[in-house]
Structure formats: C-alpha cells, structure tokens
Design a protein around this ligand. Structure first.
Ligand code: ADP
Length: 192
C-alpha cells in the first residue's frame, strides 16, 4: 500500500493546497497531511487551528488524514509508515529550495522518495503568505480560500490607529503605496 505524507505549514490552508491534497489522494492509497508545529516564523494560526481547518477540508476524502508533527520530516514519514513525500511546485523559485530539501532527505532516508505535483495553473500564484498580506490591508481574499477559512483570517486582524500599532509591529511602516494611508492599519490581534 503506497502511503504519502504531504507536509507543510498550511498557515492557513489555501485552495492551492487543497488542489494538491485532492490530486494526491487520487494517486496514492493513503495521504497524511503533516502540519509542521515548530517554525522559526511565528504562524498566524496555532497548530491546533491549522489542523482543525485542514480536517474540515479533507472531509469527504476517506483516504486522507491530518496530523501535526515536529522534528525531522523523514522521522515523521517513518512514524506514518509512509514511503513518499508529496510537495507542490509553483514556479522555478520553488524548485531550487524543493530540490535541495528532497536531496537532503534522500541522503538521510534513502528509502523515502519525494514526488512533486505541479500546481494547477489557477493557483500558480497563490501562497498562504500572500493571502495574509492581502488580508492585513483588508483586500478581498475570497478567491483564494474556502469562505470559512477566509473569515477566520479576517478575525485575526483588527483596525488600529497606526501610531498605536507601531511599537508592536515593525512591518507597519511598509504599507504599500497603493493602499490609502488614512492613519489606520490592520494588525494581528496576537501582536497588539
Ligand atoms: P512550507 O512552509 O513547507 O513551504 P506551505 O504550507 O507554504 O509550507 O506549502 C506546503 C506545500 O504546498 C509546499 O510543497 C508548497 O510548494 C505547496 N504549495 C503551496 N501553495 C501551493 C499552490 N498554490 N499550488 C501548488 N502547491 C502549493
């Protein structure tokens, strides 16, 4: 039985991730979506929230399950008794990093292979970080995520006078020129 792990941050899961999950579930006997707990960057959603959102997304896919993990990916793959890692490729910029990652994993775990699925053209530009950035400036994110997940992102930000927010978020001065600067900014609730 071919079991695959599809690892990532999924902060949060987008329609691009969902597309890769559905396509892998058709190719593999079993797919385990691995949600990375330890991250250098501070995630918008806790690992429990990310697992919860993914669990909703995979409802109706009987051969897919969602689990959190930390530590080495190949150790998690072995715990899952899987032999394949699935990764998505959007552009040449993904390729360099992904190639390095898969080759390193191959040295430490020669029995585990990585399979790359190229993105659906519809989602080739889409990443969780872009969606979060658009949400921060109150742009429309409805084309990128399930409606309930888009709503969860909006709930993580609140409108705050720029002067009050500045001491808490050093990125605030980087407001894109295209956004009107009316003295207000959307701030992550956890940062305020
Ligand atoms: P990571 O921090 O491990 O890159 P992500 O959640 O950003 O975690 O991505 C997990 C995997 O999903 C990666 O292989 C990434 O290339 C892939 N992925 C992300 N967005 C898309 C998309 N729009 N289309 C195809 N693959 C994607």
């Amino acid at each position: 039985m071919a079991t695959a792990v599809y690892p990532g941050s999924f902060d949060p899961v987008t329609l691009g991730h969902e597309d890769i999950i559905k396509r892998s579930s058709r190719i593999m006997d079993k797919v385990i979506v691995g949600v990375l707990r330890n991250q250098s960057k501070s995630p918008l959603f806790s690992v429990e929230e990310r697992v919860g959102m993914l669990t909703q997304v995979v409802e109706g896919l009987p051969n897919v399950e969602v689990r959190a993990f930390d530590g080495l990916l190949v150790d998690f793959v072995r715990q899952c008794r899987a032999d394949v890692i699935i990764r998505g490729l959007r552009a040449i910029t993904d390729f360099e990093y992904e190639l390095q990652l898969s080759q390193t994993n191959r040295v430490i775990a020669p029995d585990v292979d990585t399979i790359f699925l190229t993105t659906n053209l519809k989602y080739s530009y889409l990443s969780s970080s872009i969606v979060k950035e658009i949400a921060m400036y109150h742009g429309d994110i409805s084309a990128f995520l399930r409606p309930e997940i888009a709503q969860k992102i909006r709930e993580k930000y609140f409108l705050c006078p720029r002067d009050m927010a500045l001491p808490f978020n050093k990125n605030i001065s980087q407001t894109p020129d295209s956004f009107p600067d009316d003295g207000f900014i959307y701030v992550r609730i956890a940062e305020y």
